[in-house]
Design a protein around this ligand. Structure first.
Ligand SMILES: NC(=O)c1ccc[n+]([C@@H]2O[C@H](COP(=O)([O-])OP(=O)(O)OC[C@H]3O[C@@H](n4cnc5c(N)ncnc54)[C@H](OP(=O)(O)O)[C@@H]3O)[C@@H](O)[C@H]2O)c1
Length: 285
């Protein structure tokens, strides 16, 4: 077992991060460090027993300061939950490049930079858990979500490599693959959609369809009934932290089980046909 019992969680202002911080803080043993870009949003978590710290995963100085704060008190971070993330939805051709870069800065480079900063402490302690919020979207792709899915495919690949590389230091790396989880995620994805100059005419209707399909899949489509809630993910993060030998991957919610099975057993042609039942193909008369 670890000497330190400090768990650092990113993106705790809402959704899965918030629920995970609250859930772990109610368990005996762990000291939960809930973090957010705007720490003022963490007052409720502080009242529930969490320690709080400012952390923007796209800012190197912020990463360094947050990790130094936790390490000064606990020696090392025992567990890191890389949760912060969002979807920059939109058609491949339409999304402005700086938005694509920003998507990778948060969802991929943020995870890399923070994990690189935390690992030396874990290696010194010869114990650690790195829990990465991937997604069922790390194994399948929905139209209009290419950039988000690319970041989650990257998280899957990086997790698989890191799991092998740090095992000998006593560090476990776990990928969590939620399906549809009712949080601020879908609203943020719809709100973040943006088009390059001149692209509105070409992709505007497609973007509207993607926004509609996103909203429906969480609220009233056939899969909405299979969606989960943030506490479902929090309980799985707990399992990943307390298991003596955690699994490499955990899926969360029936929507993930069903959609991942559908993807696994569908040829690319069949999957594309399924997607065409829900999304119009841009350019088709
Ligand atoms: N909900 C789903 O259906 C679902 C499914 C699979 C995977 N996931 C993954 O689960 C994770 C959490 O999503 P959620 O559902 O809880 O969505 P959410 O409610 O929108 O929460 C996202 C969190 O990420 C934070 N964040 C964004 N950029 C950040 C940055 N640069 N630095 C620090 N924090 C930042 C947000 O903080 P601000 O308030 O400052 O923006 C917010 O706290 C994400 O990685 C997401 O990809 C979600």
């Amino acid at each position: 077992m670890p000497q330190s019992k400090a768990v650092l969680i990113t993106g705790c202002s809402s959704g899965i991060g918030r629920a995970t911080a609250l859930h772990l803080a109610a368990l005996p043993g762990w000291t939960v460090w809930a973090s957010a870009r705007r720490p003022a949003e963490l007052a409720e978590l502080q009242a529930a027993g969490c320690r709080t710290v400012a952390l923007d995963v796209t800012d190197a100085a912020s990463i360094d300061a947050a990790v130094a704060t936790v390490e000064a008190e606990h020696g090392a971070i025992a567990a890191l939950v890389n949760n912060a993330g969002y979807s920059q939805s939109g058609a491949f051709e339409a999304v402005p490049l700086q938005r694509v870069r920003a998507q990778f800065e948060t969802n991929v480079f943020g995870v890399i930079a923070l994990t690189q900063r935390v690992l030396p402490g874990m290696r010194r302690a010869r114990w650690g858990r790195v829990v990465n919020l991937s997604s069922m979207g790390g194994k399948l792709v929905f139209p209009g979500g290419g950039y988000y899915h690319a970041t989650k495919h990257a998280i899957e690949a990086l997790g698989d490599a890191l799991r092998f590389e740090v095992r000998g230091f006593g560090i476990d790396v776990v990928l969590i693959e939620p399906g549809l989880i009712k949080s601020g995620f879908s609203e943020a994805a719809i709100g973040a959609m943006s088009v390059r100059e001149g692209m509105q005419e070409v992709y505007g209707p497609f973007h509207e369809a993607v926004a509609r399909a996103t909203k429906e899949s969480y609220e009233k489509g056939p899969f909405a009934r299979l969606a989960g809630v943030p506490i479902d993910v929090a309980r799985v993060v707990e399992r990943a932290l307390v298991a003596r030998r955690p699994r490499a991957r955990y899926t969360v919610s029936l929507s993930a089980t069903v959609l991942l099975a559908q993807r696994r057993w569908s040829s690319d042609r069949v999957w594309d046909w399924l997607m065409r039942q829900n999304f119009p193909s841009p350019g088709e008369a």
